[in-house]
Design a protein around this ligand. Structure first.
Ligand SMILES: Nc1ncnc2c1ncn2[C@@H]1O[C@H](COP(=O)(O)OP(=O)(O)OP(=O)(O)O)[C@@H](O)[C@H]1O
Ligand SMILES: [Mg+2]
Length: 492
C-alpha cells in the first residue's frame, strides 16, 4: 500500500516537473521563434467579438473546393444551401506571405481563432491582411444574412435593461424588385445608379466628411408604388427595414433611443410623414392651445415628437450614430410638408411616383402577361395620356383570373375600364368645374386621396364657394333677426 502511494506521488511530481519544463521550453522557443501568433477569442469579457465571426465566415468560405470536410447550412428557406469549410486548420497565402489559421477549443468550450505567421510578414499581416479578412467575412455575412422587417414597440412596453425590447421583427420576404416596379425606365435607372453609388461610397463619404447615409422622399398618390419601391430598395441592397411608427413614441428622446438601437446597412422608413405628426411646426400647436383648451389637451396626449427632433435625427449629430443607413419618408401630400424637412441635403433625392404612364404600363404588361406589344397597346397609350390611373389599378386589371393568363381578355378589360374612367372624369368636369383644380380632379377620382390627411389646405375654388355660401347664410340670419326686432318694436 505504502509503495503504491509513493509511486503515485513520484509520478505526479514528475508530471508537474515535466509540464514546468515544457512551459519553460515553450517560452524559450517562443523567444527565439520567428513566428508570431495572434488570437481572436469568440468572447471578450462576456462580450461577443465580431472579429471572430467575420474570420469564421471568411475561413468557412475559403477554397471549399480543396477541402475534405464541409458543413452545410440554409439560413432561409428561399436561400440557397451554403457550404462551408469545416476544418480546424486552414492555410492561407496573402501577398506571398504564408499564414496558418487554427481553431482552438478550450476544455470549457471557449473557441479562439489562432493566426500564425512568420515575423517577416508582420507589416503586411497586421496592416492589411487582417483588414482584408474582416471585410471579406462581412461581405459574405451580408450576402447570407436574413433580412428583417422591424417595427417599434410602443414606448410603454420598453424594458430599460435591454435594447431588444425597442423593436420587434419578422423575416422580410417581400418579393418586390426593381424589375417588376412599373415606372419610367430612365428614372428607375437614375435611382439604381444613386443606390449603387451610395453602397460603394464608404471612402467618398469619409473624404467629404459626411455621415454615410442618404435620404429619399417618395411622394405621390396612393397606389403608385411607394411602399413597393421601399421593398425593392431593401431587396436590391440586401438591407433590413426599420418601419418607424412615430405615433407609438412620446418624445424626441425616445426617438433617439430607437435610432441608436438600429443596425447599420438598414433602411429607416417613416410612412405618411404628413399624417404621423403635425410637422407643419410648433406655432400651430400654440395657437390651438390658446384658442381651444380641449384641443390642446388632445394634442398633449398625442405624440410629442417634434419637427426639430426629426430634423436632428436626419442630419444633426445624432444622425452619425451608425453608418450605411438610408432614410425614407413617404407622403401623399408633398405640399403639406415643412420646407425645412424637404430641403435638398436633408432628403437627398425626391422621387415622384405618379399615375401610370405608357412606359410604366409596358413594365406591368411584361410582368403580368409576358407581352412586349399588342394591337391594343396603341389605344391604351392614348387613354393613359388622357386619364389618371394608378399602377395599382392597372395591375389589378392585368392580374390573371384563376391563375390563367389571358392576354387578349385582360387587355380588353383594361381598355374598357380605362374608357369608363375617362367618361367618369369627363362627367365630373361637366357637372361642376372642379376640374380647374388639379387636386380636386384627383379627389373625385381617388377617394382614398382624401382619407389619410389630418390637416389639409383647402383649394381656392372650394374656399370661394364656402365664403359665398356663408355670407348668404349670415345675411339671411341678420335679416331674420332684424325682422324679428322690427316686429317686436311694432308690437310695443
Ligand atoms: N409602380 C408600381 N409597379 C408595380 N406595382 C405597383 C406599382 N404601384 C403599385 N403597384 C401595385 O399596387 C399595390 C399597392 O402599391 P403600394 O402599396 O406600393 O402603393 P403606395 O404608393 O405605397 O400607396 P399608399 O400611399 O396608399 O401607401 C402593390 O401591391 C403593387 O402590386
Ligand atoms: Mg404605402
Amino acid at each position: 500500500e505504502h509503495l503504491k502511494i509513493a509511486i503515485k506521488e513520484f509520478l505526479l511530481s514528475t508530471i508537474q516537473q515535466l509540464s514546468f519544463v515544457q512551459r519553460f521550453s515553450d517560452q524559450i522557443i517562443n523567444f527565439f521563434s520567428p513566428y508570431v501568433v495572434i488570437t481572436f477569442p469568440e468572447y471578450e469579457e462576456y462580450r461577443f467579438n465580431h472579429a471572430f465571426a467575420a474570420i469564421d465566415t471568411y475561413l468557412g468560405a475559403k477554397a471549399i473546393d480543396k477541402s475534405h470536410k464541409l458543413r452545410a447550412s440554409q439560413v432561409k428557406e428561399s436561400k440557397d444551401l451554403v457550404l462551408q469549410r469545416d476544418e480546424a486548420k486552414v492555410r492561407d497565402v496573402y501577398k506571398g506571405v504564408n499564414v496558418w489559421w487554427e481553431l482552438v477549443i478550450s476544455t470549457d468550450g471557449d473557441r479562439t481563432h489562432k493566426l500564425t505567421f512568420h515575423r517577416r510578414g508582420f507589416e503586411i499581416i497586421t496592416v492589411s491582411y487582417i483588414k482584408y479578412v474582416m471585410e471579406q467575412g462581412r461581405k459574405i455575412q451580408a450576402k447570407n444574412k436574413k433580412r428583417k422587417l422591424f417595427t417599434n414597440n410602443p414606448s410603454s412596453n420598453w424594458d430599460n435593461t435591454s435594447k431588444k425590447s425597442l423593436w420587434r421583427h419578422i423575416d422580410f420576404e417581400h418579393p418586390a424588385s426593381f424589375n417588376t416596379l412599373a415606372m419610367d425606365p430612365k428614372r428607375k435607372e437614375e435611382i439604381l445608379n444613386d443606390l449603387e453609388a451610395f453602397r460603394n461610397g464608404k471612402d467618398y463619404y469619409k473624404k467629404i466628411g459626411k455621415a454615410w447615409k442618404r435620404g429619399y422622399l417618395l411622394y405621390g398618390p396612393p397606389g403608385t408604388g411607394k411602399s413597393t419601391m421601399i421593398a425593392s430598395i431593401a431587396n436590391h441592397l440586401n438591407y433590413s427595414i426599420y418601419d418607424l411608427e412615430l405615433t407609438a413614441i412620446q418624445n424626441n428622446s425616445e426617438l433617439r433611443k430607437l435610432l441608436t438601437a438600429t443596425s447599420s446597412k438598414s433602411i429607416i422608413v417613416i410612412e405618411d410623414i404628413d399624417c404621423s405628426l403635425d410637422l407643419t411646426g410648433e406655432r400651430r400647436k400654440i395657437d390651438d392651445d390658446l384658442s381651444d383648451k380641449k384641443d390642446g389637451e388632445k394634442e398633449q396626449n398625442q405624440s410629442r415628437v417634434t419637427l426639430s427632433g426629426i430634423l436632428n435625427f436626419i442630419d444633426g449629430l445624432w444622425s452619425a450614430c451608425g453608418q450605411e443607413r438610408i432614410v425614407i419618408f413617404t407622403t401623399n401630400h408633398m405640399e403639406k410638408l415643412d420646407p425645412a424637412l424637404i430641403r435638398r441635403g436633408r432628403m437627398d433625392m425626391h422621387i415622384e411616383l405618379s399615375y401610370c404612364g405608357f412606359e410604366a404600363f409596358k413594365v406591368l404588361a411584361k410582368n403580368y402577361l409576358d407581352v412586349d406589344s399588342h394591337p391594343l397597346f396603341g389605344d391604351i397609350e392614348s387613354l393613359l395620356k388622357e386619364i389618371e390611373v394608378t399602377p395599382a389599378d392597372v395591375a389589378e386589371r392585368l392580374m390573371a383570373k384563376n391563375h390563367k393568363v389571358d392576354v387578349d381578355g385582360s387587355l380588353k378589360d383594361l381598355v374598357q375600364s380605362l374608357e369608363r374612367k375617362k367618361k367618369e372624369q369627363r362627367g365630373d368636369g361637366e357637372n361642376d368645374n372642379r376640374k380647374k383644380s388639379g387636386l380636386n380632379a384627383q379627389l373625385s377620382a381617388y377617394p382614398r386621396w382624401n382619407k389619410k390627411s389630418a390637416i389639409r389646405k383647402e383649394p381656392a375654388v372650394h374656399l370661394t364657394y364656402d365664403i359665398i355660401l356663408s355670407s348668404v347664410f349670415l345675411a339671411a340670419v341678420l335679416l331674420t333677426i332684424s325682422g324679428l326686432f322690427h316686429f317686436l318694436l311694432l308690437l310695443r
